[in-house]
Design a protein around this ligand. Structure first.
Ligand code: HEC
Length: 202
C-alpha cells in the first residue's frame, strides 16, 4: 500500500468513528439524552415518570414550586439547607420571636437607601417588580410562578412587619421564595430600609 492510501484509510477510520454515536443508540443509553429538569418547570410529568417524589417541606399541595433534584444527584455547589432543624427559628423563621427581636443597626441614610434600591433591583424585582406590586409584565419570574399555581406576590403587607422579620425573610426565604444567605447582613438591612421607602409605615 502506498503512503497516501494508508493516510486515506487512517483518516477514514478517524472520521468514521465519529459517526459511531449516531448509530449506537439502540445499544447504549447516551449521556446527552438524560432527563433535564429546569427549576420552575411544572412538576407533574416528571412525577408520573417517577423522577422525583414530593418532599414534606412542600406538603401535599399542588405540584408547583422549586424542584427537588432527582434522587442520587447533587446540584452543582451542593445542597445547603435553608435553616437547620435545631435552629430555634426553624419552625417559622420570619414570625419567630428571635426575628422580631432583631434590631436594625443601619440608619436609612441616602447612601443606605441607594444601596438598598440597587440590591432590590438585582435580587427582588424579578419576582416582586420594581414597585413591589408584582405586576407580571415587569416581574417575569412572577408570571412563571403564577403559571405554576403560585400567584405573584405584592409586598403590600410590608408595613405590618418589623425590620427583623423582613431581614429574616430575606435570609431564609420561604418554600416559594428563595433564601438569600449570600446577601451580606448589612446589605439585607439596606434592602429592608429600601422596602420602607416602597411601603412606608403608616
Ligand atoms: C423567585 C421569586 C422571588 C424572589 C426573587 C423574591 N421573592 Fe419575595 N416572595 C416570593 C413569593 C412567591 C412570596 C409569597 C409566598 C411566600 O411568602 O413564600 C414572597 C413573599 C415575600 C414577602 C412577604 C412575606 C409574607 O409572609 O408576607 C416579602 C417581604 C418578600 N417576599 C421580600 C422579598 C425580598 C426583599 C426579595 C429580594 C431579596 C425577594 N422577596 C425576592 C417570591 C420571590
Amino acid at each position: 500500500m502506498s503512503r497516501p492510501e494508508i493516510t486515506a484509510i487512517a483518516l477514514l477510520a478517524v472520521i468514521g468513528s465519529g459517526c459511531f454515536e449516531q448509530v449506537d443508540r439502540q445499544w447504549f443509553s447516551q449521556m446527552k439524552e438524560q432527563p433535564a429538569i429546569q427549576a420552575l418547570e411544572p412538576r407533574s410529568p416528571a412525577l408520573e415518570e417517577g423522577l422525583w417524589t414530593p418532599t414534606s417541606e412542600l406538603g401535599d399541595g399542588p405540584l408547583v414550586g422549586p424542584w427537588v433534584p432527582p434522587e442520587n444527584t447533587v446540584p452543582a455547589g451542593g445542597i445547603t439547607p435553608r435553616i437547620r432543624p435545631d435552629n430555634p427559628m426553624a419552625a417559622n423563621p420570619m414570625h419567630s420571636p428571635e426575628a422580631r427581636a432583631l434590631r436594625n443597626p443601619i440608619a436609612p441614610t441616602p447612601a443606605s437607601l441607594a444601596r438598598g434600591e440597587k440590591l432590590y433591583g438585582v435580587h427582588c424585582a424579578v419576582c416582586h417588580a420594581s414597585d413591589g406590586m408584582a405586576s407580571p409584565v415587569e416581574a417575569p419570574v412572577a408570571g412563571r410562578l403564577a403559571a405554576a399555581g403560585a400567584p405573584p406576590f405584592p409586598l403590600a403587607s410590608v408595613p405590618a412587619y418589623e425590620d427583623g422579620m423582613l431581614y429574616t425573610k430575606i435570609r431564609y426565604g420561604k418554600p416559594m421564595m428563595p433564601a438569600y444567605p449570600q446577601i451580606s447582613s448589612d446589605d439585607r438591612w439596606h434592602i429592608v430600609n429600601y422596602l420602607r421607602v416602597l411601603f412606608p409605615r403608616s
